[in-house]
Design a protein around this ligand. Structure first.
Ligand SMILES: N[C@@H](CCOP(=O)(O)O)C(=O)O
Length: 501
């Protein structure tokens, strides 16, 4: 819709102008720092940071009705800068001018309700939010659009130049970082660090294709992360992991979209999210809290983090009911099909601890939970979901397994509606499906295929045919007719088809 066609009272708010006052705040010592320089940890005490808008309360000058109207009307604008995560500009990056916004088609991913049969099998009503339908096929693009828009702003303001962006990754962050950096070249180049052999071939191909420098190193993600932290500490590079608080702001868009998808009614909703480096659960809680503080939603949904028993440090932390006795202990991860979340020492853990406290306090009750699932359950539920019309990745399977666990434990009840985060596209993780179908999982995964979920192609090659077509070698007419007749007969037999009357 053209700007002049929006209702008069809304027109001036469709394209937001820069505003607010954003600062970094340390989660431990509360010290505040300006944003002219990229910071990842507190220069005073070394703790992680979050970004705060010192003028956030100005957003409360608009009534909740006005906000909903503005956000809903923005949906109709074709202006690229407000077509993605910056539809929520005032909540994500209010200081970023619209001409610095990098939009590659991220955000506004489909929310798909599971069919009746699948809901019955799983025991509750649920939707998948398909974040694999982002440009680099994962939710990381939300955070990357925010981080790179901000860096673009710094470049355009002459505050930084010739940026080398670096990240450690289990595969999705690197794909996303490389994609967004390549869009902004020559001002930004990227280098990504991957744990050798622990990233799927599809994910490895993504940064290579985008022209990033790809380094594979021994160990697991946690080891790569330490190297990237050392690089960011000692060299002039821009760290693009979610330790970078701009990533968190962008990923808050997930919550804003859900609020909008449900017409701002978040009561009786349960949001399931896998926990890996813990940036996403941080962003989800933070996003809902901001909308709640402005009255845009009038209920905070329940948030349930899900972890595999092969990478469960956050689950273990919350097993201790007494808050004062809780102590965070990183774990050594074991192979996981939810490979994107195979992380034993999440960098956002201090943010999680602080936000869970805040979220529960604002909710007036315990409203954040963490459940644990097995590798077997993750695979079985991923394949089951996809048998019923979804494109869930293994992390999406982890969420559905988490929902069934939450129903059993009474964390969720049958009157509630769940939203499951399929964080990436199923195709990135098709190797795990192949292993399941071929019963080829190495024993350390602990996955035994259920025959009813396995599937394999069947080669049809009638034995009595002398010749069959081959690429570049078509058959003569009669031979070809014979080939079609015999092959269709064989398929009909295998499918048990009855001939037409
Ligand atoms: N699953 C992540 C791990 C890094 O997470 P980040 O959100 O801190 O960048 C990946 O895809 O690499």
């Amino acid at each position: 819709m053209k700007l002049q066609d929006f209702p008069q009272e809304i027109r001036g708010s469709i394209l937001p102008k820069p505003g607010g006052k954003i600062i970094y705040r340390c989660l431990s010592c509360n010290e505040e720092f300006g944003i002219e320089k990229l910071l990842y940890t507190c220069p005073s005490c070394g703790q992680v940071l979050l970004l705060h808008d010192m003028e956030f309360d100005r957003l409360k000058q608009r009534t909740p009705e006005e906000w909903r109207k503005i956000l809903d009307y923005r949906k109709m604008s074709n202006e690229p800068a407000v077509s993605g995560i910056y539809r929520y500009h005032e909540f994500i990056g209010p200081i970023v001018p619209l001409d610095c916004v990098v939009y590659l088609g991220e955000g506004h991913t489909p929310l798909v309700e599971a069919g009746k049969q699948l809901q019955e099998k799983a025991g509750g009503r649920f939707f998948y939010k398909n974040d694999g339908q982002n440009p680099s096929a994962s939710f990381k693009d939300r955070g990357m659009a925010s981080a790179l828009s901000y860096i673009n702003f710094l470049i355009k303001s002459g505050l930084v130049k010739d940026v080398l962006a670096v990240c450690a990754s289990t595969g999705d962050t690197s794909a996303s970082a490389a994609l967004y950096a390549s869009y902004l070249q020559p001002d930004i180049k990227s280098a990504v660090l991957l744990p050798h052999g622990k990233v799927t071939p599809q994910q490895l191909g993504q940064p290579l294709g985008a022209g990033a420098q790809v380094f594979e190193i021994p160990g697991v993600f946690d080891d790569c992360m330490k190297v990237v932290e050392a690089l960011a500490e000692n060299y002039n590079v821009a760290l693009l992991n979610s330790k970078n608080a701009w990533r968190i702001l962008g990923q808050e868009s997930y919550s804003y979209e859900l609020a909008q998808d449900f017409d701002y009614d978040m009561s009786s909703k349960v949001i399931f999210v896998p926990i890996g480096n813990a940036g996403n659960i941080t962003a989800i809680m933070s996003g809902f809290l901001k909308f709640y503080r402005c009255g845009i939603i009038d209920a905070l949904p329940k948030v349930v983090g899900v972890q595999s028993h092969h990478a469960d440090p956050v689950y273990k932390y919350y097993l201790e009911p007494d808050e004062d006795k809780r102590k965070f202990v990183p774990v050594t991860v074991e192979p996981s099909v939810a490979q994107a979340a195979m992380i034993g020492n999440p960098v956002s853990m201090p943010r999680v601890i602080s936000l869970v406290r805040d979220y529960n306090e604002q909710s007036g009750k315990k409203n954040v939970f963490v459940v644990q699932v097995t590798e077997q359950e993750i695979m079985d539920w991923q394949l089951t979901a996809n048998r019923f019309g979804h494109v869930a990745c293994t992390q999406g399977g982890e969420c559905l397994a988490g929902m069934t666990a939450a129903l059993k434990q009474g964390v969720m009840d049958s009157s509630e509606t769940a939203v499951l985060d399929s964080t990436a596209h199923a195709l990135k993780f098709s190797g795990f499906q192949e292993m399941y179908f071929d019963d080829a999982f190495p024993p350390e995964f602990g996955v035994t295929p259920k025959p009813e979920l396995q599937n394999r192609p069947v080669l049809v090659r009638p034995a009595d045919l002398e010749k069959v077509p081959a690429p570049g070698k078509p058959l003569e007419r009669e031979e070809f007719e014979r080939f079609v007749e015999r092959t269709s007969q064989d398929i009909a037999e295998k499918l048990n088809l009855s001939p037409r009357e």
